[in-house]
Design a protein around this ligand. Structure first.
Ligand code: NAD
Ligand code: UDP
Length: 309
């Protein structure tokens, strides 16, 4: 199994999931947003290897490959805006390179796409048949359009080159090992609550997200790797929450009074987001199992233990 982006938050969860399933795993990562600590405890695992490298330069593996999970890409809004050109490159050239490896080896290919392909959605909840409402030139476009292009390349390689490729659209995922400084809402709010700082709620906080624990998300990715389904398949937890209520929940779980500081809503910030996961249930036999309260409690404990407070 090859995992591009294996040193990242989700990649490191996926490497562990695949190892637990008895697989041999190679991670390829350029460490642009990933952290080597994410894989530190796997360093001596007999079925695991990590290789530094930029996927855009090509991925050569001189042994049989059963599946490729293409996760390499900056994923948090501050990271993909800072690494804007790199994000476009890895979504395009990186996806071509990973698909070429699948073509050469006959491996199953799974693209980690995103709910961002729906943009600021006009359909709610989002089903896979919805084509989205994306600003192609806005401040999120380097990520949204790179992923939309990656989906198009993946679907085309399946059609033209008969690569056994499938697309998963991942909705907001959180959990231990998520970079505490990457700016996404869960690590930001937890860090602020643990430090006793005001929680920076964007806009009036009425925009919604639906948060899935990483353990659930990577189980779906592994199931997608084991299936022949082309997707796209939504993967996420349909339990929706407003950002303002999320701040209150996290403050309560940390054990502090909610202290909210309202900041500007980023341009093109989606107003709502919630997956319809009926397809994942039907074709992958998958549904999320971790409740938000349990998942947030576990994540808060991890940040506390790591001293990120
Ligand atoms: P992350 O930033 O923690 O991980 C991404 C990894 O990709 C990092 O380790 C980074 O160093 C690596 N990478 C980036 N460019 C690379 C390149 N050119 N070559 C090799 N490695 C490269 O982010 P994450 O949250 O773990 O996201 C992983 C994937 O899942 C991304 O493709 C992201 O778009 C997708 N996704 C994540 C979420 C989520 O909520 N976490 C939601 C939707 C989609
Ligand atoms: N958000 C917030 N405060 C923060 C970080 C994010 O209110 O400090 C909001 C953000 O504007 C968005 C939601 O939380 O409405 C989720 O943001 P995130 O960056 O986690 O992911 P997105 O779903 O926007 O890609």
């Amino acid at each position: 199994m090859v995992v591009t982006g294996g040193a990242g938050f989700l990649g490191s969860w996926l490497c562990r999931e695949l190892l637990e399933r008895g697989q041999r795993v190679l991670s390829v990562d350029d460490h642009s947003t990933g952290r080597s600590q994410n894989l530190a405890e796997l360093a001596d695992h007999p079925r695991f290897r990590a290789r530094p490298g930029d996927v855009c330069e090509g991925v050569d593996v001189d042994e049989p490959v059963a599946a490729i999970y293409h996760l390499a890409s900056p994923a948090s809004p501050p990271a993909y805006q800072r690494l804007a050109v790199e994000t476009l490159r890895v979504g395009s050239l990186g996806t071509f390179a990973a698909l070429e490896l699948a073509r050469a080896t006959g491996a199953r290919f799974v693209l980690a796409s995103t709910s961002e392909v729906y943009g600021d959605p006009l359909q709610h909840p989002q089903t896979e048949s919805y084509w989205g409402n994306v600003n192609p030139v806005g401040p999120r476009s380097m990520y949204d359009e790179a992923k939309r292009f990656a989906e198009a390349v993946t679907a085309t390689y399946r059609r033209v080159h008969a690569v056994n490729a499938g697309i998963v659209r991942i909705f907001n995922t959180y959990g231990p090992r998520m970079d505490p400084r990457d700016g996404r809402v869960v690590p930001t709010f937890i860090g602020q609550a643990l430090r006793g700082e005001p929680m920076t709620v964007a806009g009036d906080g009425s925009q919604t997200r639906s948060l899935c624990h990483a353990r659930d998300t990577v189980r779906a990715l592994a199931e997608m790797g084991a299936s022949d389904h082309p997707g796209p398949v939504n993967v996420g937890n349909p339990c929706e929450v407003s950002v303002r209520d999320l701040a209150t929940e996290i403050a309560c779980l940390v054990g502090v009074e909610p202290d909210v500081h309202f900041v500007d809503l980023p341009v093109d910030d989606p107003r709502v987001r919630c997956p319809d996961v009926a397809l994942a249930a039907r074709v992958l036999g998958w549904q999320p199992q971790t409740t938000r309260a349990d998942g947030l409690r576990e994540t808060i404990e991890w940040y506390r233990a790591e001293g990120f407070g």
